[in-house]
Design a protein around this ligand. Structure first.
Ligand code: PMP
Length: 393
């Protein structure tokens, strides 16, 4: 069929979603998708919560709901943000169908075609899909083991200003980043929000992994939002701390911006699922949730250690990788190696990963791959890395 709009060509298959079916094959080790491990979730308890919600409030929950989301989810987000150092009110919370919808909305509301969004290099593949769909150009600022260097961001913004380009926002995943697992230290956070605010550039802080630090005793770095609530839009998600299938996420933004987001969200979603929101509130409000979350984080930590141990055992000094302090990913570089079509060669060996090149908007080649250890047992991680080694050889 012909007749698509020009922008339709910008909708390309996501490298993660296209291997979704392959990754389901039990013979294949999937180190591709950032899937949470749901094995510790007490299915029975969650079924009971859903059952009482429907028994007690069925007609209300199954009816159309508010575009502002449920009062209960907004209250929950206020509480979660308080734990991260942000004092907000419900007027600043926009519930959404996953934080992916938040990425879409901020781009829709702030970007004209040919505007430039500044993003980490490498960055979250799914964000690149959104930016492309609005015909936005992405410029990357390469990150190091501590994430973005604020001085490099300042230089890039000044360069773009000199080129006369409009830059509506910087997109960043500052905590346990996707795809590298690195976390921006507090000092850099302060400098980064200052650099952006002083140049009139908004910050979009994407934070699905913020509560998944491995060291439970260490104080988490402050959210960018807590450092500059007037100039940071914060995106949060229940996907990695509960369930991605329910599609619950949220945006936190100054009240007037939040109100605009609601109108834009209503045009697409009408509203996020009421049942999903209420079930999220019921589970995250239950006394079991913190316990299960702690146990699940311990599982991720064990898997991160299994991944780095397998990398050391199979690849030794042929590769270098990030040591994640939380989250789902490590970024593995093979300096000086042309990886070519590593996705296909990996599949031929029985492993799927995300090729590093997919994490850049500008089509550059990359000597890296993203390894997601979150949803795989330590034994399978070791086998997957062994197969990856064979694919790289
Ligand atoms: N942002 C980042 C950085 C992610 O890793 C993901 C999930 N892979 C998302 C957003 C989307 O999450 P959600 O399920 O909340 O839409």
């Amino acid at each position: 069929m012909t007749g698509f709009a020009d922008r339709a060509s910008e909708f390309r298959p996501s490298p993660v979603r296209t291997v979704f079916e392959t990754a389901l094959d039990p013979a294949v080790v999937s180190l591709a998708g950032g899937n949470p491990d749901l094995s510790l979730l007490p299915g029975g308890s969650i079924a009971d919560l859903a059952s009482s919600l429907l028994a007690d409030r069925g007609p209300e929950i199954l009816q159309y709901g508010s575009g502002a989301g449920t009062e209960s989810l907004r209250a929950l987000v206020v509480e979660l943000m308080a734990r991260r150092g942000s004092a907000i009110t419900q007027a600043e919370v926009q519930p959404l169908a996953g934080s992916q919808a938040g990425l879409d909305l901020v781009t829709k509301l702030y970007c004209n075609p040919r505007d430039v969004v500044l993003a980490e290099g490498p960055t979250y593949v799914g964000a690149l899909g959104v930016f492309g769909s609005y015909e936005v150009e992405v410029r990357h600022v390469d990150i190091d083991r501590e994430g973005l260097d604020p001085d490099e961001v300042a230089r890039a913004l000044d360069q773009l200003a000199a080129e006369g380009r409009r830059v509506p926002f910087l997109y960043t995943v500052p905590t346990h980043q996707n795809p590298t697992g690195v976390t921006l230290p507090a000092e850099r956070r302060r400098a980064l929000v200052e650099v952006c605010a002083s140049r009139g550039v908004l910050v979009v802080e994407d934070d699905p992994y913020g509560m998944l630090g491995f060291d439970r005793s260490a104080a988490a770095a402050p959210t960018l939002h807590s450092l500059d609530p007037e100039n940071v839009i914060h995106l949060g998600s229940a996907s990695k701390i509960f369930s991605p299938g329910l599609r619950v996420g949220w945006a936190v933004a100054p009240a007037q911006v939040r109100a605009r987001m609601q109108i834009a969200a209503e045009a697409v979603l009408i509203h996020p699922s009421v049942l999903s929101q209420e079930l999220t509130v019921a589970w995250l409000g239950s006394p079991q949730w913190p316990v299960v979350l702690d146990e699940t984080i311990a599982l991720y930590r064990e898997r991160a250690e299994a991944a780095t141990a397998a990398l050391a055992a199979h690849l030794g000094d042929r590769a270098e990788w990030t040591e994640p302090s939380g989250g789902f990913f490590t970024w593995v570089r093979f300096p000086g190696t042309e990886l070519g079509d590593i996705l296909r060669r990996g599949i031929a060996e029985g492993v799927v990963i995300v090729p590093g090149a997919a994490c850049y908007a500008d089509g550059r080649s990359s000597d890296a791959v993203r390894v997601a250890y979150s949803g795989v047992s330590p034994e399978r991680i070791d086998e997957g890395i062994r197969r990856l080694t064979a694919a790289v050889r």
